[in-house]
Design a protein around this ligand. Structure first.
Ligand code: C5P
Length: 228
């Protein structure tokens, strides 16, 4: 394989309510991070996996994941961007394609890792999986008064894995000023074009209690949900 996958998993997961770091929350009796890494490891072109663990949890995460895949665990940072930068610094020489994937998208199908990597291999510098936005979207004031309606047809919801030529991702993180919520955003700031491939509903981000319940149902209905 010519691909390294970085997994930022150091977030606190406060939006899920009490219960510890989000990546270590369980569905089907196993932590989200285990589900995510199992799918990554099953993807064809993957050479290296680096996980950024919550501070203090690196050793536990190493033990948790050792049976699933050969991988490196680093300690994450205070922001997602710092966690990704720490993981990127641990990638050995070799892989020229780097994917960044949130542990919270635990049911992401292996085929999505492959299609994103393939687009980078085909010459793109930066590739993101996207879905159309189904809801009407409005801009509102802090007080909840509508300012206007956004043209939905031009909007896309962005998922991970996001794929990059390694040198482009390294340059984007070296230049990172304020922490953004995704890596493609850092690449955009360099003026490098970012292109889209079709995302997957299984790559949903497990963020709120409802998402955790939904993921649990998906997994019990189809034990390898998204594992195609
Ligand atoms: O908080 P959010 O849902 O945007 O986090 C997205 C991903 O980034 C999660 O997988 C989370 O564990 C990770 N993260 C991290 N280090 C942080 C904050 C978030 O690795 N300091």
């Amino acid at each position: 394989g010519d691909v390294a996958v970085l997994v930022p998993a150091a977030g606190a997961g406060v939006r899920l309510g009490p219960g510890g770091p989000k990546a270590l929350r369980r569905i089907g009796g196993e932590p989200l991070l285990v589900h995510a890494v199992r799918r990554i490891a099953a993807a064809g072109p993957v050479h290296t996996v680096v996980v950024a663990a919550p501070p203090g949890d690196a050793e536990a995460v190493r033990e948790l994941l050792a049976p699933i895949a050969e991988l490196t665990v680093v300690t994450g940072g205070a922001t997602r961007q710092e966690s990704v930068a720490a993981a990127l610094a641990a990638v050995p020489p070799g892989p020229e394609i780097v994917l960044v994937h949130d542990a919270a998208r635990a049911l992401t199908p292996t085929t999505l890792f492959e299609s994103v990597a393939e687009a980078v291999r085909g010459g793109e510098d930066a590739v993101i999986p996207v879905l159309p936005v189904v809801d009407t979207v409005k801009e509102v004031t802090a007080a909840g008064v509508v300012l206007g309606t956004v043209d939905r047809s031009a909007l896309r919801a962005v998922q991970t894995p996001q794929g990059f030529r390694r040198s482009v991702l390294a340059a984007a993180h070296a230049a990172a000023a304020d922490p953004l919520t995704d890596d493609a955003g850092l690449v955009e700031k360099l003026g490098v074009p970012v292109s889209c491939v079709p995302g997957s509903e299984y790559a949903m981000k497990i963020t709120r209690p409802f998402d955790l319940a939904l993921a649990e149902h998906l997994l019990s209905a189809v034990p390898l949900a998204g594992h195609h």
